[in-house]
Every structure is written in C-alpha cells, then in structure tokens.
Design a binder for this molecule. Structure first.
Ligand code: ADP
Ligand code: MG
Length: 336
C-alpha cells in the first residue's frame, strides 16, 4: 500500500534528445523510445505526426508537409513545435495514469535559461504536475552507474545526434562540461558529401545514417565490411547503385571524428589536476548512439591514453539516469 499521494501517481523521466526521446515510467522502465521529429502542415502549421511516424516522412514529404527536428542542434529551434512534441510523448506515456505525473527531464547542457524555462512550461502545459530538469550528462553518468557522489572524477562522453556532451562530475556536481554541435548528424552529412564527391551519388540523410550504422568505423576493423548503396546520379539524374567499403566510410568520417576527439582532449586539458589523476585509472564512459560507431572507444583511448568503456546500453543511459532519479527526487531537488 503506497501513501496517500503516491498510490495513484506515476512519475516519469524523459530524455529529450536531439535525435531520440525516451520516456521512463517509475517502476516500469523505458516505455517509449521515438525519434524527436515532428511533421507539420506547412500552411496551417498543424502537427500531422510525431515520433516514428514523423521520422518515416523525413525527406519524403510532399510540398504541404514538412518534417522537422526541433531539438536538432541541442537548442530549441521552435518552441511551439517542441511543446507539441513533449505533449505527445508525455500524454502517450501517461495515458493510463490516474493523476498528472511528476516529470524529470534531461536537457542538453548547452541549453539557455530561457530554453530551459520553455521546456519546463511545455511539460506543465502537457499535463505535468511538477517538472524538474537535470543536465543530460549528469543523467547519463547516473544511468551508466558512475559513483558521482564520490569526491573523485567521473567522466562521461555522450555522442548523440546533434550534440556531443562531455562532462566531468564529482560530488554530485558538474566540475566541467563541454557541448559541441558535432555528433551523429555531422557524421551522416560527411557520408553524404563523400558519396557526392567520390561517386556523383546523391543520397538522403536516412541512407547516410544506415551506411554509418552498418559499416561506419573510427578504427581499422579486423574484418573490413562493404555494402551496396542506392541513390541518384547527380550527372545523369537517374537512380544508381554503387558498392562501398568500410575503409572508404572511415575516411569519410575521419575529420568529424577528429573534431570529437579534439573536444574530449580539450576537456581533459581543463580538468583540475587532482581529478586528472583520478581519470588515469578510472578513464571515462561513453554513452549515446554515436558511441556505437565501431572502434570509437579504441580511438579515443589511443588519443587520450585513458581507459574507455562504452555503456552497456548507450542509447538508454540518459533515460535510465532519469529513472534512477525518480526513486530519489529529494536528491534531485538538492542537486539540480
Ligand atoms: P540524442 O541523445 O541526441 O537524441 P542518441 O543518443 O539517441 O541521440 O543517438 C542518436 C545518434 O546515434 C544518431 O545520430 C544515430 O545515427 C546514432 N547511432 C545510433 N545507433 C548507431 C550505431 N549502431 N552506429 C553508429 N551510430 C549510431
Ligand atoms: Mg542523448
């Protein structure tokens, strides 16, 4: 038997990501995982679809519909659209609730105070009884199980869609963090450019992402891979198929990956010496979908000299972190 208020209320945690939004319901786990995409009617600005359905429309919309990613760069490009998206996700996840939920939202660390306020207001409009925000790297660190309450350096590198967030946390606080707008989307763009340059082949974002996931890598593979790619010949204008190898894709991704490596190194250079000393043994943990690029952990380890591990379920780290926090909201009220 729960207490008077706790019995009917269900609290939820949200990872409002630049590429994917996840919702965690207390005592249930992750119940929703959908792309952070909204399809709008271009003339009326009415929302036509959100999440999975909207993502399927990306790059395939007729003139009267446009599919947008309101959080694309880790900042809110369009407040109204972000609110519509949050409302959809909160309502979908809390359908069976008998009372409005309390909501913990992990937001990108690069977000401004105004944007943070807007996210909180949106969640309130969407039916939240109380809204608490937590910086995304903090949620990620909790989600992967780092002992962030210890007086020691805990470092997390989260490569998402629009942003890479790097943070060093000690005693429940962020000592230093850096957010750059170089992550999965830029890797997709690099593949699109490469295909155009090397093969005169025009491909869309979704195809580029598929190439990245299937054969993309940051480090020499034991067994190199290859695949067929279909697109449109930019000269002849007709559909065309070509064959590409993982070596080529690695070359296409190299500059973008180097920018991520650089950001990690810069963060380490800013780290207070005592915490640097901790990192020599503790290393850092990677989260976010971008950490699944083959060999990126090995490359980062080579370039920093630190041990690097990829979280068990990197795409769920932030949502799991918000979930852990739901069990201890008093912790968050003190530390957020
Ligand atoms: P965000 O938190 O910004 O919403 P996610 O952590 O959900 O981002 O990661 C999304 C990014 O991860 C996308 O750019 C996607 O292409 C990339 N991604 C997902 N799975 C893989 C994979 N297996 N290999 C490479 N990249 C991946
Ligand atoms: Mg994320």
């Amino acid at each position: 038997m729960a207490n008077l208020f706790g019995y009917f209320s269900n609290d939820i945690g949200i990872d409002l990501g630049t590429a994917n939004t996840l919702v965690y319901v207390k005592d249930k786990g992750i119940v929703l995982r959908e792309p952070s995409v909204v399809a709008l009617d271009t003339t009326t600005r009415k929302v036509r679809a959100v999440g999975d359905e909207a993502k399927r429309m990306l790059g395939r919309t007729p003139g009267n519909i446009t599919a947008i990613r309101p959080m694309k760069d880790g900042v809110i490009a369009d407040f109204d659209v972000t609110e519509a998206m949050l409302r959809y996700f909160i309502q979908k996840a809390s359908q069976s609730f008998r009372a409005p939920p309390r909501v913990v939202i992990a937001i990108p660390s690069g977000i401004t105070a105004v944007e943070k306020r807007a996210v909180m207001d949106s969640a309130t409009h969407a039916g939240a009884r109380k809204v608490i925000t937590i910086p995304e790297p903090m949620a990620a660190a909790i989600g992967v199980g780092l002992p962030i309450d210890e007086p020691a350096a805990n470092m997390i590198v989260d490569i998402g869609g629009g942003t890479t967030e790097i943070a060093i946390i000690s005693l429940n606080g962020i000592v230093f963090s850096k957010s750059i707008r170089v992550a999965g989307d830029e890797l997709d763009a690099a593949i699109i450019n490469y295909m155009k340059r090397a093969y005169n082949l025009l491909i869309g974002e979704r195809t580029a992402e598929e190439i990245k996931m299937r054969i993309g890598s940051a480090y020499t593979l034991d067994e190199e891979l290859s695949m067929e790619v279909k697109g449109r010949d930019s000269v002849a204008g007709l559909p065309k198929t070509i064959h590409i190898t993982s070596q080529e894709v690695r070359e296409a991704l190299a500059d973008t990956i180097a920018a991520i490596v650089d950001a990690v190194r810069t963060t380490l250079e800013r780290c207070p010496p005592e915490l640097s000393a901790d990192l020599v043994d503790r290393g850092f943990v990677m989260a976010g979908g971008g950490s699944l690029i083959r060999g990126i952990d090995r490359l980062l380890s080579d370039k920093t000299g630190l041990p690097v591990t990829v979280a068990d379920d990197p795409l769920s780290a932030v949502a799991n972190g918000t979930g852990a926090v739901l069990n201890d909201l008093s912790w968050l009220m003190q530390n957020a």
